[in-house]
Design a binder for this molecule. Structure first.
Ligand code: IMP
Length: 180
């Protein structure tokens, strides 16, 4: 039996182990190290969800780079709110730079699309997307995702930085919502 946890009114069962996650993070970091070796990229970590992934990823990045943090609207309940706030906290000059947006998950892609549009107005040299999770079946926007950790089914998950109503971000494994 898979371990089960309860968060507020919902039940989740363990679906992806932390060992598997770390293996995929290392693989992802290796491809970024190779692909962007000469670009001195600026990694822009999207808070809050990407904090755990970014910490693991950046430890495996060996090329010269900078790391900074930006923030967007929070995510309410188990459905993405279509109403995404502005990108805040960006203090770096983006113009002429190679930027890697580090996200926990691309679901509908609405959030990422918004971030890319916003960054594009600042004349970067290139923008790359690095997301740990991607739900291809939920994608509604035409965005190019350069680096993906794991493609997962269109089901709600918590753990590894991802929350349900603010809870579950601290879990090191991933738990998937059980539809009761
Ligand atoms: P999108 O705009 O639909 O791609 O959603 C992006 C944001 O929604 C992510 O950065 C997460 O904060 C949140 N999100 C999407 N799917 C999940 C999930 O399964 N669990 C927790 N948060 C999620």
């Amino acid at each position: 039996m898979k371990p089960v946890i309860r968060i507020k009114d919902k039940t989740f069962e363990r679906s992806i182990s932390s060992a598997k996650i770390l293996m995929e993070v290392k693989r992802m970091a290796a491809s970024i190290n190779t692909a962007l070796a000469d670009d001195s990229p600026l990694f822009l970590v999207v808070l809050n969800g990407a904090f755990m992934f970014a910490a693991d990823l950046m430890k495996e990045i060996t090329i010269p780079c900078e790391v900074s943090f930006v923030k967007l609207a929070s995510y309410h309940g188990t459905k993405t709110s279509g109403n995404v706030k502005e990108l805040i906290g960006l203090n770096e000059t983006i113009s002429g730079r190679t930027v890697v947006v580090v996200e926990d998950i691309v679901d509908t892609g609405i959030t990422m699309h918004r971030i890319i549009n916003s960054l594009n107005t600042m004349q970067p040299k290139a923008i790359h997307i690095a997301t740990f999770f991607h739900k291809p079946d939920a994608l509604q926007k035409d965005i190019q995702i350069d680096f993906v950790g794991m493609r997962i089914p269109d089901a709600f998950i918590v753990g590894y930085g991802l929350d349900y109503d603010g809870y579950g971000r601290n879990l090191k494994d991933i738990y998937t919502l059980i539809n009761e």
